[in-house]
Design a binder for this molecule. Structure first.
Ligand SMILES: [Fe+2]
Length: 242
């Protein structure tokens, strides 16, 4: 089983529409661990509905959850602090003021948009974030209608954006449009990171197996290793959350 770093998850209890309590967090991580996930970036929402503007609280929760996992699952999993930020100019200045979190205190930021956001808006946001010194990573890039048009993902990547897809649609049925698009982008080699986007232990649990099986069959092993682990490993740098 290939080791996996999960770049997108809602495992911290009570902060958003993710885990409801610490028991559920641990159960989600148990499921994830069984699928080969060894490190998880916790990315609670910052959006109109879920503010989460206390970075130290998120950092502390990650450390505590990591300790609990070690004690209860008898295994080491690293839980990195991060956030999934709904883009706005205001969010960008909050990031500058240190009120929102980048991924593991790097310059990389997991950023999302409304699914119907126009391409011009996403393009401008990517540019503005880069000008401000960040490296935006587009969260679940398969979700935006505007990015389905040929060449657009490549153009954003050319501007300096990182591309994250969710595992679940990659592992879907071949005739689903989103699954086909995700696989096409992977075959082109323009995807950088993958995430479970896990929210609970039920319909939004970690589900990597179908995607991993497809990737095993269809992608060359070097690229597969880089999207499952290598690119994230490089971004995160050191191996342990202290
Ligand atoms: Fe998410």
């Amino acid at each position: 089983m290939t080791a996996i770093i999960d770049m997108h998850s809602h495992i911290l209890p009570g902060l958003d529409d993710g885990a409801s309590d610490i028991q559920e967090s641990i159960m989600m991580l148990r499921q994830a661990h069984r699928q080969g996930i060894t490190e998880v970036v916790a990315t609670p929402h910052h959006s109109g509905q879920y503010q989460n503007i206390c970075p130290d609280r998120i950092r502390t929760m990650c450390r505590r959850l990591q300790e609990r996992v070690q004690a209860e699952l008898k295994t080491e999993m690293t839980i990195w602090p991060g956030q999934e930020i709904m883009y706005s100019e205001e969010a960008l200045s909050m990031l500058d003021q240190g009120n929102l979190l980048t991924i593991a205190d790097s310059r990389y930021v997991l950023v999302e948009f409304m699914p119907t956001a126009p391409y011009s808006y996403i393009f401008r946001a990517v540019k503005d974030m880069i000008l401000a010194g960040y490296r935006p990573i587009l969260a679940h890039a398969e979700r935006y209608q505007a990015l389905r048009e040929n060449g657009r993902l490549e153009e954003l990547k050319g501007q300096g954006a990182g591309i994250q897809l969710n595992f679940r649609p990659i592992g879907g049925e071949w005739y689903h449009e989103t699954t086909r698009w995700c696989r096409k982008m992977l075959r082109k080699g323009i995807v950088d990171f993958l995430g479970t986007d896990m929210h609970n232990t039920r319909e939004r649990s970690p589900e990597t197996e179908n995607a991993a099986a497809w990737m095993e069959r269809e992608l060359d092993s070097r690229y597969r290793e880089s999207v499952l682990m290598g690119n994230a490993r490089q971004l995160l740098g050191k191996k342990k959350q202290e």
